[in-house]
Design a binder for this molecule. Structure first.
Ligand SMILES: [Zn+2]
Length: 474
């Protein structure tokens, strides 16, 4: 029998790292802070890409690609931007055996190099809106890393758009946040709170930053996606102007937005259990595994039937494999497939065949049932559909049960480990910093879904426009 996972109650972080490796999702590498994404993990990223890419294209965006290296002078053009990213920059100073006249930064994000290009592409209002997305890798030198959740190099998408007016840019910023919310909830079955970030958590160089925040099983928050209204900050730094309908030159209004391989960490921390990975069917690459049971002559007949069932299941678009390896016991196989998060296990043996039935076991509930072979495809589809819904409902119930109001500072300090605290905050960075220092909890966002009723800041008692989500976070 293979090694069991470290259970969650023995250490949530240890369980996570153990699962990522035993489920063969990712591995450490000799490059500091960088991970190797294994085929099981990359299949999840491909599913995420496929779904999001369609949503981006359906809203008029097109993919492009910009260089990995950015002239350092570009980053310096937007003062706040370079200040924000400077501590995390990796620089290339030697190339082709020669010292470079100007160092290149390995992109931490691409606003600057993209703006240098946009300035050439855009002449008039007829060139707007310009709606571009890029799928790529970025590098941010991190001191403490954790597979998927925080790595020095990671994969992501970064959307970059230009608009004629501030209103249009704001509409785009919010539209993309809404796409992220829909994707997180409907595909990842991960409930999120969408809202605005505080000033101190704003993207370096943006006017406003919005995020979606999810609650993991240890009640910590995970920022799962961000969307920024950049205003005209980068346009002014790069002179990205257009001839307006009024015959005058104007700076474009811009947005940028991104999600990364961090989502895979969020997926694991939301749904998985002590037996291993649990994947919502909409994102799973492996929906069904059919395990052949039995010996000798009978086995050949079972294999034949299993292959036929697999073909029928593939015909409706499911990812299916048949395991007829005689060298491993069924028990060993159940353990392995649960660890790797296959959504549905089908067991088929000679006795089942005699009754024209099979056994089906859902990964999340592990409930076992008999299904007639004639209706096996429809039943598998129905079980997967229920699994998708149930995973979301369970995660949402968990989040709601651990979201609560706090009305005094003592209460906030006492309950900082209990989940999402809804606290009045006066919007002064000093009060936010005090909370962080005393509890290590941070402001996550001001959720749109929460009715904002004025009150008094839990820290200083000054007027507050409404409640903010405060929580410990990844
Ligand atoms: Zn205050």
């Amino acid at each position: 029998m293979a090694d069991k996972l470290i259970p969650r109650e023995k250490g949530f972080s240890e369980w996570y790292v153990d699962l990522v490796q035993k489920a063969k999702l990712a591995d450490y590498s000799d490059v500091k802070g960088c991970m190797v994404i294994r085929p099981n993990g990359f299949a999840l990223w491909e599913s995420i890409q496929r779904a999001l890419d369609k949503m981006f294209k359906d809203t008029g965006h097109r993919n492009a690609y910009f260089p990995l290296l950015i002239p350092l002078s570009y980053l310096k053009k937007e003062a706040e931007h370079v200040e924000g990213f400077n501590p995390q920059l990796a620089l290339v100073t030697v190339a082709g055996g020669k010292q470079l006249e100007e160092p290149y930064a390995i992109r931490p994000t691409s606003e600057t190099i993209i703006n240098a290009t946009f300035a050439k592409w855009i002449q008039s209002y007829r060139d707007l809106p310009l709606l571009i997305n890029q799928w790529c890798n970025v590098m941010r030198w991190e001191m403490r890393t954790r597979l998927f959740l925080r790595t020095t190099e990671f994969l992501w998408q970064e959307g970059h758009t230009c608009h004629e007016t501030e209103e249009e840019a704001e509409r785009e910023t919010r539209q993309m946040l809404e796409i992220y919310r829909t994707f997180a909830e409907e595909h990842m079955a991960m409930p999120v709170l969408a809202g605005r970030k505080s000033e101190s958590e704003r993207f370096a160089g943006a006017l406003r930053t919005y995020s979606i925040e999810a609650m993991m099983q240890d009640k910590k928050a995970l920022q799962a996606g961000t969307s920024h209204n950049l205003g005209q900050n980068f346009a002014k730094a790069f002179n990205t102007q257009f001839l307006g309908r009024d015959g005058q030159q104007h700076y474009v209004w811009q947005t940028s937005w991104g999600v990364s391989t961090r989502l895979i960490g969020g997926l694991i921390l939301t749904h998985s259990d002590d037996s291993g990975l649990v994947v919502p069917p909409k994102l799973a690459a492996s929906h069904v595994v059919i395990i052949v049971i039995g010996k000798g002559e009978e086995r050949a007949r079972v294999v034949e039937r299993a292959q036929a069932l697999a073909a029928d299941l593939r015909r409706v678009g499911l990812g299916v494999s048949v395991d007829d390896d005689e060298s491993k016991s069924p028990g060993f196989k159940y353990f392995e497939y649960e660890l790797q998060g296959v959504c549905l296990r089908v067991e088929l043996g000679p006795k089942d065949l005699a009754k024209e039935q099979c056994v089906m076991v859902r990964r999340d509930t592990r409930v076992k049932e008999f299904a007639p072979l004639s209706g096996a495809v429809a039943r598998a589809q129905a079980l997967l559909e229920s699994m998708q819904k149930d995973l979301f409902a369970r995660a949402k119930q968990f989040r709601d049960e651990h979201t609560f109001e706090v009305n005094t500072y003592d209460e906030l300090k006492a309950r900082a480990d209990d989940g999402f605290m809804l606290a009045h905050w006066c919007e002064k960075p000093s009060c936010e910093a005090k909370v962080k220092e005393d509890t290590s909890a941070t402001t996550r966002c001001r959720p749109f879904a929460l009715e904002q009723v004025p009150g008094k800041c839990v820290v200083c008692g000054e007027p507050s426009p409404g409640r903010m989500v405060v929580a410990k976070a990844y």
